[in-house]
Design a protein around this ligand. Structure first.
Ligand SMILES: [Zn+2]
Length: 192
């Protein structure tokens, strides 16, 4: 029985807005598993395109997420990245609804250390999931605000104990600054 990934429509809209940015964006979709259902609750924007499967070893955000996940094992993540409008329209329309061979190579490697690994690519027109059980994708209405507040509170708590400032991070759903500005402030990703 394949897993079912359920993404709230407001998260889906925000993810697809990211495809309008100049550079490919990395995101972690945080989800909670309930039987076969993987219900996405929020997301983190990680920035550049260095690795689509790992939280970056050195950044404080990576530390924060790792700590959060280890303290809250009911949460897991889907490693996502965008194929931007400019890539899809200018170069390779193939990537409008396909993974690149590089994506698949990275995912295959990730699967060796995490059997539950799920990769995702977000394009201007679709979201595609990658995992051996071929998970289905469904959308649901936005979660009520308290769902986000609960996670945010946990994350703030981890940050506090680790001596990190939660406000310096791009906490996806919780970000009040427009994503466009945040992305601009991130280090330039390496060319593909
Ligand atoms: Zn890709």
């Amino acid at each position: 029985m394949p897993r079912k990934v359920i993404i709230p429509t407001d998260v889906k809209d925000k993810l697809q807005q990211l495809t309008q940015l100049q550079n490919e964006t990395q995101v972690l979709l945080l989800y909670q598993r309930n039987g076969n259902d993987c219900v996405v609750v929020s997301y983190f924007i990680l920035g550049g395109n260095e690795s689509t499967t790992q939280t970056h070893g050195n950044s404080n955000l990576a530390k924060l997420i790792k700590e959060f996940l280890s303290e809250n094992p009911t949460y897991k993540f889907i490693a996502g990245h965008t194929h931007t409008e400019s890539i899809v329209s200018n170069r390779e329309s193939h990537y409008a609804d396909h993974f690149s061979t590089g994506d698949e190579r990275t995912y295959t490697r990730a699967l060796q250390t995490d059997p539950e690994f799920i990769g995702a690519v977000i394009t201007p027109t679709t979201i595609k999931l990658w995992a051996p059980d071929n998970p289905q994708l469904e959308f649901c209405p936005p979660h009520p605000k308290f769902v986000h507040e609960k996670i945010y509170e946990k994350i703030r708590d981890v940050a506090r104990r680790k001596g990190l400032n939660a406000h310096e991070f791009n906490l996806g759903h919780f970000v009040s600054t427009p994503e466009r500005r945040i992305i601009k402030e991130m280090p330039k990703p390496r060319p593909k």
